[in-house]
Structure formats: C-alpha cells, structure tokens
Design a protein around this ligand. Structure first.
Ligand code: AR6
Length: 170
C-alpha cells in the first residue's frame, strides 16, 4: 500500500495542504456542496478571482489562491453530470478532472493535495466509479507528490473508497 495516499473522512475546507481541489461548475460561480463550503470559507476574493477565469470546461482545471482557507491554493475542476443521459465519455471526463488537476498542481510545484469525491454529489457520479477513477489516478501521480489526500464527506463513501483501496494488489 502506498503510504503517501490517505483516505480521510472529513471536511476539505479544514485541510492545511498546498492545494485543495474544488468540485465546481462550468461558470465557476460558487454553488452548493463542497463548492459552496469552499467559496464561503475562502471569502469574497475567491468569487472575484473566479469571475476572471472565464469559466471552466468539464474535465478541465483552473487555479486560484486559497484566500481565507488554510490551503494555499484551490484548483477548480468540473465533473461530468452523470445524470445527463446524452453525455458520452463520462468516465473519461471524470478521469480528465484528476489528470488536469494533477497537471496544474505539478506546474505550480504544489506537493500536498486534497480532493473531494469529484462529481459524487449533485452530479451523481456513482461512488464505486468515483473510487476506481480517483484511486487509480492517485496511484498514477503519486511519484511527484509528498501527500495525496482523498477526502470523503459521507460514511458510505469512506467505506467504499477504503474497500477499493484495500482490495488492490500492490
Ligand atoms: N468536504 C469534503 N467533501 C464534501 C464537502 C466538504 N465540505 N461537502 C460535500 N462534499 P458536490 P458535484 C462531498 O455536490 O457532485 C455544486 O453546486 C459530497 O459528499 O459538492 O461535483 C457545484 O457548483 C460528494 O461526495 O459536487 C456544481 O454545480 C462530493 O463532495 C455541482 O454542485 C461532491 O459533491 C457539482 O456537483
């Protein structure tokens, strides 16, 4: 098992890391869920910074300072709307959220990073698919990072992530 990857149950806004990742929307306007919590804690300056970014396509990632958060930076990425029956390549789009978030973190030399379960709330990504993609991308990127923290908010999500992780053969 890779000790640099941790699965933790908690609230991502409390994490003192180089960067936390936000499950944002295409307009980068603070919404509900983890996005709402991050915008509330980071403060108005985050809203202003996000307005200057010209939105974010699904699967892409953009960075802002963390403002009033303990985290120095926030990477905003947009998961696919799993409930959208017309949307194809949903798994690829979700994987792109992780690939592009790690890419932006590396470009900014940020070594500790925390993710929520992107898409697994309002956008309805099934938690088993979330666990598979999130954990595999963490393993693909761990070499660069000192710590990758996968933050689960709900008990069932925490259980599912741990089950997937513990069943991997290293
Ligand atoms: N810390 C960690 N995880 C959290 C927190 C928190 N404070 N709060 C919720 N979660 P969601 P999405 C978990 O709905 O599905 C917003 O309105 C939650 O349990 O926040 O990507 C945006 O503006 C779930 O596992 O994001 C978009 O419109 C995960 O975070 C839309 O929701 C993601 O749930 C994005 O939907």
């Amino acid at each position: 098992m890779n000790k640099k990857i941790e699965i933790i149950k908690g609230d991502i806004i409390e994490f003192d890391v180089d960067v936390i990742v936000n499950a944002a929307n295409n307009y980068l306007i603070g919404g509900s869920g983890v996005d709402g919590a991050i915008h509330f804690k980071a403060g108005k300056e985050l809203d202003i910074a996000c307005q200057k970014l010209n939105g974010c396509m699904t699967g892409e990632a953009k960075i802002t300072p963390g403002f009033n958060l303990k985290a120095k930076y926030i990477i905003h990425t947009v998961a696919p709307k799993w409930y959208d029956t017309k949307l194809e390549n949903k798994e690829e789009l979700l994987r792109n959220c992780y690939i592009n978030s790690y890419k932006v973190a590396k470009e900014n030399n940020l070594k500790t990073i925390a993710f929520p379960c992107l898409g697994a709330g309002v956008y309805m990504v099934p938690i088993d698919i979330s666990a598979k993609i999130t954990i595999n991308e963490a393993l693909n990127n761990i070499d660069f990072f000192d710590k990758i923290i996968l933050v689960c908010f709900k008990d069932d999500d925490y259980k599912c992530y741990n089950e997937y992780f513990n069943n991997l053969k290293f």
